[in-house]
Design a protein around this ligand. Structure first.
Ligand code: GTP
Ligand code: MG
Length: 452
């Protein structure tokens, strides 16, 4: 192997799934195991992400992972804390998530956000595995903390094994209904063609060694070439969130997936109007747990390299959009970089028709997913924008001639109170939901009502 390992970046792993199915608990377990191994310092907490280096993964995975078999530096896990929209966040220039873990509660099975996550993974062709979580809740389960699944499975009674098998096959059946050929992970030969299901418990750690092993294997085997980056090149990333931060004003939380970003770098960020050109005032990381009591929650860093989650403080970020690209200019021509950002934004832009419904969504990613879903349902869109439902949206919707189009569909956004009043007087109907297909269904029902 001739590759310089420093030129391979950490794969970005998105952890997706329905509310309460155990995404955060799974990451907590991985972090906790590292703490128990006396390696807490080795895990770096990023903004919205956790980096777990290879040697820690191999410690947790025990016999299952030999670090010599790998040259990727580890895994960067991105939790998706209740933002449904986050699951749709994919950058254009490179996949934000290289691979994903879809967490499914074995008792609860497939739920709306599970389906939504699957739909997004399918569309973006992101390889993923399913963590069939909470196996410890199978009645009669006997716990073997932190052991590989095979060991704990063997130690269960026939009755318990049978119960677990039933739950797992139900999940495999659900996946098959959605068009994915799936099987228990130890039966999967080709993880690009088949989805591996890994039984785990985020509570007891059972199966977590297997989960890490499969993720590591999957990324090493199928992602390695995509992980080769110019480590010192100008940074490229995606905005996760735009946030007000005391003492810093509007900041953007980004995931950097290529190159580096430094203090004082000029950056171009996708905005609601024109691309924003600004200068990095501060790069902020969460403080290590030990220092959490100090006054500021963040510490300044001079530079970060991909892959990383980082908060960027810079002037003029008020118009920045979640889901938009971020690019460091460094020694390139500013105009070229602005063009790159514009091109990326244009590739996300939604095709609008002369007449149709108005669509609002909280991020570019979710706007795009909404547009896809409406396209499939053959619903034309007249205007599609990121942001809350505002009075001007009502004006646009109220000019539609067809009552079916005097409608605003809002995904994960609020309706401003002025807009609410205007909608009543102008006879505009607003639908809002936090699940895309439910929003489309509500609209369908509304149209059926009108047509009857
Ligand atoms: P959101 O961020 O709200 O989408 O939820 P989440 O998917 O992050 O779920 P979270 O990790 O917060 O877990 C939800 C609940 O399930 C908590 O009460 C956890 O303690 C519990 N839980 C998670 N994993 C397990 C598990 O493996 N076994 C058991 N018994 N409980 C679990
Ligand atoms: Mg959570």
């Amino acid at each position: 192997d001739t590759h310089d390992p420093t030129s391979l970046r950490t794969p970005i792993v998105a952890v997706l799934g329905h509310v309460d199915h155990g995404k955060t608990s799974l990451l907590d377990k991985i972090r906790g195991s590292a703490v128990i191994e006396g390696e807490a310092g080795a895990i770096t907490q990023h903004i919205g992400a956790t980096a777990v280096p290879l040697d820690i993964i191999s410690t947790i995975a025990g016999d299952l992972v030999d670090p010599d078999d790998f040259d990727l530096p580890g895994l960067l896990f991105i939790d998706t804390p209740g933002h449904h929209s986050f699951t749709t966040l994919r950058s254009r220039g490179g996949a934000l998530a290289d691979i994903a873990i879809l967490v499914v509660d074995v008792n609860d099975g497939f739920q709306p956000q599970t389906l939504e996550a699957l739909d997004i993974l399918k569309r973006s062709q992101t390889p993923f595995i399913v963590a069939a979580n909470k196996i410890d809740t199978v009645p009669g389960w006997s716990v073997n903390e932190d052991t590989p699944i095979n060991d704990t499975y063997e130690s269960q009674s026939d009755r318990v094994r049978q119960r677990l098998d039933e739950k797992l096959y139900e999940i495999i059946g659900n996946l098959s209904d959605e068009g994915f050929s799936a099987d228990l992970y130890w039966r999967v030969q080709n993880f690009q063609r088949n989805v591996g299901v890994v039984p785990v418990s985020a509570m007891t750690g059972e199966g977590v060694p297997d989960l890490l092993t499969v993720m590591m294997g999957l990324s090493q085997r199928y992602m390695k070439e995509e992980m080769e980056i110019d480590v010192s090149g100008p940074g490229v990333g995606t905005v996760l969130e735009v946030k007000e931060e005391k003492g810093f004003g509007k900041t953007v939380d980004i995931v950097l997936y290529d190159g580096t970003i430094r203090e004082d770098d000029t950056i171009v960020v996708g905005g609601q109007n024109d691309p924003i050109v600004t200068e990095v005032r501060a790069l902020l990381q969460p403080r290590p747990l030990a220092e959490i009591r100090t006054e500021s929650r963040f510490e300044n860093v001079d530079e970060v390299g991909a892959a990383a989650g980082i908060k960027v403080a810079a002037p003029e970020l008020g118009d920045a959009m979640a889901g938009a690209p971020v690019r460091v200019v460094r020694d390139r021509d500013l105009e070229d970089v602005i063009e790159e950002v514009q091109a990326e934004l244009a590739s996300i832009a939604v095709d609008t028709a002369e007449e149709g419904v108005v669509v609002k969504a909280d991020t570019l990613g979710s706007l795009e997913a909404m547009a896809d879903a409406l396209d499939e349902a053959e619903v034309p869109i007249v205007r599609a924008e990121v942001g809350d439902v505002a009075p001007r949206d009502i004006s646009v919707a109220s000019t539609a001639e067809d009552p079916k189009q005097q409608v605003i569909l809002g995904f994960n956004v609020d309706v401003l109170s002025d807009a609410e009043h205007r909608a009543e007087t102008d006879d505009v109907t607003i639908f809002t939901d936090e699940v895309i297909y439910q929003l489309v269904e509500e609209y369908d029902e509304y149209v059926e009502g009108i047509e009857q």
